[in-house]
Design a protein around this ligand. Structure first.
Ligand code: F1P
Length: 346
């Protein structure tokens, strides 16, 4: 994230510098709709992007699985902006989605990690995440870097469209600059997470719940657990629990909540109570100093306080660590999970 931010923001001036897309400032000012296409973890980053862009820049966003989008007949016009997100920059489904959107005249931005990869070569403009090479197959730092870039893009668009005051922007950018330090703090929960992992390593299923931009974080937490430990896991918006997943809850079903102190905090607390009333075991990611959830949940992991826009960046860290420790305890190869390829090029 530090590499991602370096040289890109100047909080004193309140100016978001995104070199790769600045020639498109006019287009961004007059845009009605953005379509984000991506696969896997990158798709989850796209969902975070949707929350942020709609919240701050007030542009309507659709987030599509590239693997599905490419085979249907979506409505795309030359007025649309398509943002393609890919760590490797080689994912065949994302490439095909770009080609389809390009044929219909849309402008394409890329958010990729690998400089000179196939996707950045076919986009009109874009931003590199500069996350360095990812050793493992499952995306980790790629996700946080993609979310960082999308956060900057949301602020850039908000600034271009006059949807944010200059003083608010400076406040947000200053906060964003402090995120790497907060993540270092969040990493200190490692030993505690290892203890929690030991309790849940033999689970057969796991549910991840969050609201707002913590919903994609829940999806990503579930995907990481599936990918590297082969435990069946589902991510849901916490509000959706009562529409189905609640039927699954019993003492054998760990439920991981992202329950930080933000706008939906009270509602998440009600969801935790609903799970506890059905005998479920709760692991909650909470804001530092929280005592309310601590009294309800079986285990809490405290992360530093952040503004709402930055929760996905910090709350993801303990979830990645949880999956990592569970996978190691189950004897799984975390770098090379079975059946998974780093770049899915077919
Ligand atoms: C997309 C992705 C990854 C996943 C795995 C398979 O890759 O689904 O999110 O962890 O490596 O590919 P990319 O387009 O972001 O490179």
């Amino acid at each position: 994230i530090r590499d991602c931010l370096r040289g890109r923001i100047y909080p004193q001036q309140g100016n978001v510098q995104l070199g790769g897309i600045k020639e498109y400032a006019d287009k961004l000012r007059n845009l009605d709709r953005i379509i984000i296409v991506a696969c896997g973890t990158s798709w989850h980053a796209g969902l975070v992007g949707e929350y942020l862009i709609e919240e701050y820049a007030r542009i309507s966003v659709e987030v599509e699985y590239a693997s599905e989008f490419r085979y249907r007949n979506p409505i795309i016009t030359e007025k649309d902006l398509v943002i393609a997100i890919s760590q490797s920059g080689e994912t065949a489904d994302t490439m095909a989605a770009i080609e389809l959107a390009k044929e219909k005249g849309a402008t394409i931005f890329g958010v990729c990690n690998v400089v000179g990869a196939s996707i950045p070569r076919v986009t009109h403009a874009g931003v590199y995440t500069h996350a360095g090479p990812e050793i493992g197959v499952a995306s980790t730092k790629a996700f946080t870097s993609q979310v960082t870039v999308l956060t900057l893009m949301a602020f850039y668009m908000a600034q271009q469209r006059g949807a944010i005051t200059q003083s608010k922007l400076i406040e947000y950018l200053t906060e964003l600059d402090a995120i790497p330090t907060l993540i270092e703090k969040a990493l200190k929960t490692n030993d505690k997470i290892k203890e929690i992992a030991a309790k849940f390593k033999d689970s057969r299923n796991c549910l991840f719940l969050g609201r707002g931009s913590s919903f994609p974080v829940a999806l990503e937490g579930a995907l990481k657990l599936k990918e590297i430990s082969y435990i069946h896991a589902e991510g849901y918006p916490a509000a959706e629990m009562k529409h189905g997943p609640i039927a699954l809850i019993d003492a054998e079903m760990p439920v991981v909540f992202i329950a930080t102190k933000h706008s939906s905090y009270e509602k998440v607390i009600s969801n935790i109570q609903e799970v506890k009333a059905r005998g479920g075991r709760v692991i909650a990611i909470v804001s530092e100093g929280d005592t309310t959830v601590k009294d309800m949940a079986d285990y809490v992991i405290e992360i530093p306080q952040t503004g709402e826009a930055f929760v996905p960046l910090v709350a993801t860290i303990p979830l990645q660590l949880l999956s990592y420790h569970i996978a190691v305890m189950r004897g799984c190869n975390v770098d090379q999970p079975r059946n998974l390829a780093k770049s899915v090029t077919v």
